[in-house]
Design a protein around this ligand. Structure first.
Ligand code: ATP
Length: 243
């Protein structure tokens, strides 16, 4: 694989005695869209939090294994150093700063990144999401759910990441808005950013991704090219609702 891919190796994560992720290994090759599917509580968010190192905010810790980007280990870094190393997360539930303006939310996303790239990053996100340029001075809490999701993605892009971690971007959105977010993820990827996408909406995720992993009770039970998984009986039955 490419020299700057994201590699998770034998990763286990616990919240105190709860083992939420068990010896998970996965790779996001440079330029790829990779998805992790799984039902509620399978450990998908925990996996992303372990990569972004925001785990400690949730009372969790890595108990074994490693996370690397290229030849750089990420699993010992503080969250802002992970951003600086090129990995940004869009958290589940969007979590925009509701009382801050759209512009200030975007500024906050650029904090960990090099100052020199900020104007270019802002131009890029305004091009991807013109509505955010229009609403620049408005409080983020006044945006619609879909617009808040756009802002959450845009905020993560402000750090010009090599890898974008997306936690359930379609959650709670109407199908049309979910599709718009998916189209944007494709565009972001086409511009050169790798994507690790966690989703309960398996149909949408398998259309976007080239490779997929299925997580069940913290363990990878299936993995392979997304089109092969989309055609497998087990995935069709359990995650695509085909009987
Ligand atoms: P969801 O889609 O519901 O977020 P998920 O696949 O992302 O599900 P996680 O949120 O990673 O799953 O949860 C994995 C396991 O870890 C679950 O058993 C959950 O109860 C537990 N867990 C998650 N967060 C915490 C926490 N902060 N403290 C203790 N246990 C937690």
């Amino acid at each position: 694989m490419g020299g700057s891919g994201l590699v998770v190796r034998d990763l286990s994560v616990g919240y105190g005695p709860v083992r939420a992720v068990r010896r998970v290994s996965l790779e996001v090759p440079e330029g790829a869209v990779v998805t992790v599917l799984g039902s509620n509580g399978a450990g998908k968010s925990t996996l992303l939090r372990a990569v972004s190192r925001t785990l400690s905010f949730h009372g969790g810790a890595i108990t074994e294994g490693s996370v690397s980007l290229g030849d750089r280990r990420l699993d010992g870094l503080a969250p802002d150093r992970v951003v600086a190393a090129g990995v940004s997360q869009v958290p589940e539930g969007r979590r925009v700063f509701a009382r801050m303006t759209v512009a200030d939310n975007l500024r906050a996303g650029a904090l960990g990144a090099a100052r020199s790239g900020r104007a270019a990053a802002l131009a890029r996100v305004h091009e991807l999401f013109p509505v955010l340029a229009e609403r620049s001075g408005q409080r983020a809490g006044l945006l619609s759910g879909g617009e808040q999701q756009m802002l959450a993605v845009a905020r993560a892009l402000m750090a010009a990441p090599k890898v974008l971690l997306l936690d359930e971007p379609s959650l709670g959105l109407a199908p049309l808005m979910a599709q718009r977010i998916a189209d944007t993820v494709r565009e972001i990827n086409a511009q050169g950013t790798s994507v690790l996408l966690v989703e309960q909406n398996a149909a949408l995720a398998l259309r976007l991704a080239t490779r997929a992993y299925v997580l069940e009770v913290g363990e990878v039970t299936l993995s392979g090219p997304a089109d092969e998984l989309a055609a497998s009986d087990e995935v069709r039955r359990r995650y695509l609702g085909v009987v």
